[in-house]
Every structure is written in structure tokens, then in C-alpha cells.
Design a binder for this molecule. Sequence first.
Ligand code: AMP
Length: 223
Amino acid sequence: MRIIMLGPPGSGKGTQGELIEKRYEFPRISTGDLLRLAVSERTALGKKAEVQMKRGALVEDEIVLEIVKERIFNDDCRLGYVLDGFPRSISQAQKLEEMDGNRKEIVIEIHLPEEIIVERLSARRTCPQCAAVYSILTTKPKREGICDACGSRLFQREDDQPEVIKERLRVYRQQTEPLIGYYQKKGSFQRVDGSGEIEAVFQNISSLLETEMTEFKEQEARK
Ligand code: AMP
């Protein structure tokens, strides 16, 4: 099984992906987090990805696919995994199917109007150490500017600055949004409204997933 979280930057894919990970015990794989880690560790892949990431553009398929390939064949992904931020184009979706085609797939699009996205991304603060995410408007840390989980100083991602946000949204519309039609045709597509509270959005997502997940886990247990 794989669950693909689709939606513009700031729609809550990461937050909801983490909740899915906790409830259904499928690891969440965020290509953005993996790329940021590669950049901060100054690996060869990270150095190649850095320029595009700063501009809000997509990193080359070759780099992203290498990262995904390395991750999805780990033992913890045997039963299933949750993809957050991948695929981001039809070509990536096709490559994913070539790489790991024999899985049941559920695609969840988190739908959100653009004004809310800009507001959310501008308010987002991130932990450089453990990748926890906060908002200066809603999910604030207990101590201003400090990560609740590990005590590191929070920062604003360079690509959460207004000009880069605009570019990321443009890239989303142009390259990622066509995936909606692609997955609708495949028949695995579900849409949820992402504008509510985190718990309410998750409630909707889990009610979509519940039957399929229960059936899937029962089948696996019988094997
Ligand atoms: P995210 O944290 O998902 O918003 O990703 C941050 C940045 O990482 C994006 O703006 C891209 O530059 C890069 N990135 C993440 N996932 C992908 C992907 N699947 N394909 C290409 N670039 C990606």
C-alpha cells in the first residue's frame, strides 16, 4: 500500500502525513525533508539540489528519484508508506510506478485556496534539528522561537519568503496540479478540504482511509 499526499505547499501534507504515520504505522517519506537534510549535510546530492530549492523550483528528477529509491525499499516500508511532496509531476508519478508498481495506491489531495496558503507559509517556522513545524499564528511553540521537541531555535525557511512562495505556487500549478487529473483517471483519488483545524482535516482523511486500511491489514495478517 502507498498513500500519496497531494496538494500545494502549505496545505498540510506534512502534518497530516505525520498523523497518518502515527495511526497506521506507515513511515512518512517527505522528499523536501530528505533534500533539506542532504543540503545541510553538504552531500553531493544536496549540493546539486540546493540552488533549485532556494529558488522554489523543482529539483531534477534524477536526484529526487535516487533519494526516493533509497528510502522506499527499506524494510520499514515493506507493508506501506506515505509520500509527502512526491511525486510532483506526471513524469515522477510514472517513474514511481516503474520503480514500485505493484502496490495498492490511495491518493489524497488536500485542497486549499491560495490566499490561505500564502498566509500559512509566511507564518510557518521550522526546527532545523528535528524538522518539527510550527506556526506563529496557530500551532505556536510553548516558548517563542524555540522547538518544543528538541529546544533548538526555530527559523523561517528561505523558501517560505513571499517571492519564493509565489514561485512555488506557480510551479505547483504548472507541474504538480496535472497529477490530479492523472490520478482521477487511475481511480485512486480522494479530495479533502484542508481549511479546517488539523484534527478536523485528519478526521476526514481517516474516514476515507479506514475501510481500505482495515481490509488491507486483515489481508496482510492472513498471509
Ligand atoms: P517541500 O518541503 O515539499 O515544500 O519541498 C521543498 C523543496 O524541495 C521544493 O520547493 C523543491 O525545490 C524540492 N522538492 C521536494 N520534493 C520534490 C520533488 N518530488 N521533486 C522535485 N523537487 C522537490
